[in-house]
Design a protein around this ligand. Sequence first.
Ligand SMILES: N[C@@H](CCC(=O)N[C@@H](CS)C(=O)NCC(=O)O)C(=O)O
Length: 217
Amino acid sequence: MNRLTLVIGNKNYSSWSLRAWLALKKTGAEFDELLIPLSRPETEAAIKAHSPSGRVPVLKDGDITIWDTLAIAEYLAERFPEAGPWPADAGMRAFARSICAEMHSSFAALRGGMPMNVRARLPGKGRSPEVDADIARVQQIWETCRNRAGEDGPFLFGGFTLADAFYAPVVSRFRTYDVAMSDVCRAYAEAVWAWPDLRDWAAAAAAEPYTIAEEEI
Ligand SMILES: N[C@@H](CCC(=O)N[C@@H](CS)C(=O)NCC(=O)O)C(=O)O
């Protein structure tokens, strides 16, 4: 079995990198991590040396290259099915895939208005009617999932799945920008924030020496 390599951007700012990294950690596989600082003169060439899209994250498995987070998630789910990447129930699995796809294709206002900035505290910043609509939709998703998962565990489908990896950067954003949440959503966000792999990522983000001015609203 090849040793995997995950190419990522800054831990403080790169939300897509966080999703793929959490997904890979969940497999339990050993992997090498290559961090390319974003928004520097050498960034574009450095990423293109690994990624045909010029974006991170990128997963390398021997001579196989997988770029784009959804594709990475599905590749890992196929390669490590025993890690429980998706819910076991077919209906729940379809729901989980739908909300991951929705995260991947939507929430542009939230992404633009409230960029991920793991170590920052910017209460109340970044709001607009469009951002508020995205926030409401995220909380609707979380409530629907949590009300169904109940006592099976604290995450969207009980145990931690790829769906939680996809929504972890939103948990970080809600914390940074101090977004008001329902009790159900707050309990979920706290469970994700306490996930050991996310704690490790946040500690590394806090220790990073890089600041990207345009991500600091
Ligand atoms: N659809 C892509 C989006 C990836 C993406 O936008 N990555 C950003 C960092 S979070 C990036 O690589 N930006 C390139 C740059 O800043 O030079 C995915 O799901 O992986």
